[in-house]
Design a protein around this ligand. Structure first.
Ligand SMILES: Nc1ncnc2c1ncn2[C@@H]1O[C@H](COP(=O)(O)OP(=O)(O)OP(=O)(O)O)[C@@H](O)[C@H]1O
Length: 254
């Protein structure tokens, strides 16, 4: 690829992983969690990452989000290779250009919903306007709960506050690690519908690790990992087709 092609590719993709490997430990106890994974996540798309336990899903998310450094390979976010950044610049990039939601909502209990949402901007030394916080809460349907503390909100509402907090910096990409794992079925579906709407209406890029075929069916594309390698993908697939594929991966002989 020449420079011009590289720029064109990066304009179309929120993030690219190029031959990313992550090894833990050394010698006899060394584990290869990711083995030369190359993947691109086009802007404005929703990707689910699935695979058997231990296949490398969390390692992939951690490396892609700049929370962990690959042993080798490159992670390119908006034209910047994360693996070459100093810790300080990596922290800044993560804070401003990447959003996260986890299974645990990780809200600060003593702060109101609005204060929790404003936190990433405050940590970045910026003073968030009330309008911007209100807009983020309205985006997740919680405009009327701004002054409530987490204990006064349902699990689904708390996860929506966490989503608003992740989106307040207008990140290039939003990562979710089992974001509906702690929610009941109906509430989980509401959060998934919200993620889908963020992609369709706001052009957000979303990458989500999940074990749930129904959750994965909200995505445009499902990428499957096995033993730290990409092992196929499905596009616009329903939950039944995704579940069948997963069963096949889990029962296939090595
Ligand atoms: N800090 C670590 N030190 C050593 N090995 C690790 C570490 N983190 C992960 N691993 C190993 O790397 C491999 C991939 O782990 P990872 O957590 O990425 O898988 P996963 O697909 O997310 O699993 P699960 O679905 O069970 O959460 C596993 O064999 C795991 O034991």
């Amino acid at each position: 690829m020449n420079d011009r092609t590289v720029h064109a590719v990066d304009a179309d993709h929120a993030i690219r992983l190029c031959s990313v490997s992550r090894r833990y430990g050394s010698g006899d106890s060394a584990v290869t969690a990711l083995d030369e994974v190359s993947l691109a996540f086009p802007r404005g798309t929703f990707t689910a990452v699935m695979g058997p336990s231990g296949s490398g899903k969390s390692s992939l998310l951690q490396c892609a989000a700049g929370l962990d450094r690959p042993t080798s390979g490159a992670v390119v976010v908006g034209g910047t290779d994360l693996t070459r950044l100093s810790e300080r610049r990596l922290t800044l990039l993560r804070r401003e250009r990447v959003g996260f939601v986890f299974q645990a909502f990780n809200l600060l209990p003593s702060l109101t919903a609005a204060q929790n949402v404003a936190l990433p901007l405050r940590l970045a030394g910026r003073r968030p306007s009330r309008a911007r916080v209100r807009e983020a809460l309205a985006q997740v349907g919680l405009a009327d709960r701004a002054r409530h503390r987490p204990a006064e909100l349902s699990g689904g509402q708390q996860q929506r506050v966490a989503l608003a907090r992740a989106l307040i910096t207008r990140p290039e990409i939003l990562f979710g690690d089992e974001p509906t794992g702690a929610l009941d079925t109906r509430t989980g579906r509401e959060v998934l519908a919200l993620l889908r709407a963020m992609v369709d209406d706001a052009g957000q890029t979303v990458v989500m690790v999940t074990h749930d075929p129904v959750a994965a069916s909200y995505a445009d594309r499902v990428v499957f990992l096995v033993d730290g390698r990409v092992n196929g993908e499905l596009t616009a697939a329903g939950a039944d087709a995704i579940a069948t594929h997963m069963t096949h991966l889990e029962t296939a002989p090595c």
